[in-house]
Write a protein that binds this ligand. Structure first.
Ligand code: NAD
Length: 412
């Protein structure tokens, strides 16, 4: 049962409505005294959250400097600007921990800063797996979306304007040292942010539930791998996450102030990250990176559009898993095949219900773009190697064509 098990996660995970208030006393107990807060202008100008955090830190004897220049899909330049800001205030060598407040974008920016502020150099110097010279500055993540799960994972995604691609910095030591899952922080998310982030979480859960087994996963001889394929524990987390996302995303999207729905999605996002943060992902994310590169649509929405088509393509290889997902999504089919087909259809219907296009045409993609989308998806080899069907070339091609035309074989 435990074959292939390898799990890595933050040493402290706090959860609960309002639990962010437990952070400052904890930081004090851990001996931290100088904090860099990384956030964006929404939080510093339109919410009391930054001032609240600063004052709680002060009350606990912790000085702070705030950088509020975070942007969606942070760039290498945004990271350099943040570094220059900290330097201009003379804080580079004072900071003993970094606090990220925001969605996946601010958390990823803070992750890279936790490296560059300590070891110098440019973000590009650390792109790839385990290019870190040592432990980064301790990082605390307070996610305000549910979510990317970046508060749990060992990866940070930046846009490199020079190559117009997303690049990843990865390593188990990049995982935040403290993750604070306070669903109250997500209450102000507008519907579009709720939908994008929520479907990102569902994608993490479903994709990692069905990814390659840990015993088959190629770790490349790495004794401390970030991603290792699915195992018994990641599947426990993923299954609960799938059920929570199906149950709570429609209400979180339609009634943003529904506390139960926000709590359900915060838990769903956390559990999904505890799964995919070790099991890893495959075709949905690989193809979504290529689609985001072409159309500049959000990470969550580009995942969402592909998710049902990738599930559909796994009907033979993962029928039993799809049937379980169907049940978790509320399906009532009488046998495994019916449940599996319902899993695919219910996923596509959920995507539509939260206002995201269910075909590539809905993203403005042209038929002539399809070969490049397939090729670029296949090119993300760290993800593609974990797809349950190998070699994946023909299946990827079919997924892209079906996603363009809106064809689900489960419906035929
Ligand atoms: N490192 C990882 O493991 C990982 C995993 C998945 C995605 N990501 C990255 O995360 C990013 C997407 O993150 P995201 O979906 O959380 O969105 P985001 O962080 O890009 O935020 C999107 C917008 O929503 C706003 N926002 C966030 N929380 C809000 C709130 N509570 N109330 C009102 N507005 C709010 C932000 O200010 C921003 O304008 C992408 O760059 C993606 O590459 C990283």
């Amino acid at each position: 049962m435990l074959d292939g098990l390898f799990l890595s996660m933050p040493p402290r995970i706090l959860g609960g409505w309002g639990c962010r208030r437990e952070l400052a006393p904890l930081l004090r107990r851990l001996g931290h005294r100088q904090s860099l807060i990384v956030t964006d202008r929404f939080f510093s100008t339109e919410t009391p959250l930054v001032e609240e955090l600063q004052s709680q830190l002060r009350e606990n004897g912790i000085e702070s400097l705030t950088f509020d220049g975070g942007i969606p899909d942070p760039t290498v330049d945004a990271c350099m600007q943040a570094q220059a800001f900290v330097e201009s205030r003379g804080w580079t060598h004072r900071i003993d921990h970094v606090i990220a407040l925001g969605g996946g974008s601010n958390i990823d920016l803070a992750k890279v800063l936790s490296l560059t502020l300590k070891f110098g150099g440019k973000p590009q110097d650390y792109v790839g797996e385990d290019r870190m010279p040592g432990m980064p500055l301790p990082l605390v993540a307070l996610p305000t979306t549910a979510g990317t799960g970046s508060e749990i994972t060992g990866g940070a995604i930046l846009v490199d304007q020079a190559s117009a691609t997303k690049v990843a910095v990865m390593g188990n030591d990049l995982r935040p040292r403290i993750a604070v899952i306070d669903p109250e922080l997500t209450i102000s998310c507008p519907p579009k942010v709720t939908a994008d982030a929520g479907l990102d979480a569902l994608t993490h859960a479903i994709e990692s539930y069905m990814t390659l087994d840990g015993v088959e996963f190629d770790r490349g001889g790495d004794p401390d791998p970030v991603y290792t394929g699915r195992n018994a524990l990641t599947r426990l987390f993923a299954a609960d996450a799938i059920s929570l996302c199906f149950r709570h995303l429609p209400s979180a999207y339609a009634s943003g102030d529904d506390r139960t729905a926000r709590e359900g999605m915060a838990a769903g996002s956390l559990y999904a990250a505890l799964s995919y943060g070790s099991a890893g992902l495959n075709a949905v994310h690989a193809l979504a990176y290529a689609l985001a590169g072409l159309t500049h649509h959000t990470h969550g929405s580009t995942n969402a559009v592909y998710l049902p088509y990738v599930m559909d393509a796994l009907m033979e290889a993962r029928r039993g898993d799809l049937a379980v997902i169907g049940k978790l999504a509320g399906a009532t089919g009488e046998n495994e095949s019916a449940l599996a087909r319902e899993a695919v259809i219910r996923t596509r219907d959920l995507v539509a219900r939260v206002g995201i296009p269910t075909t590539l045409q809905g993203f403005g993609v042209k038929e002539s773009d399809l070969p490049a989308l397939t090729r670029n998806g296949l090119g993300v080899s760290r993800l593609t190697k974990a797809f349950p069907i190998q070699p994946p070339d023909e299946v990827y091609q079919r997924i892209v064509v079906n996603a363009y035309h809106g064809i689900l074989e489960a419906e035929s």
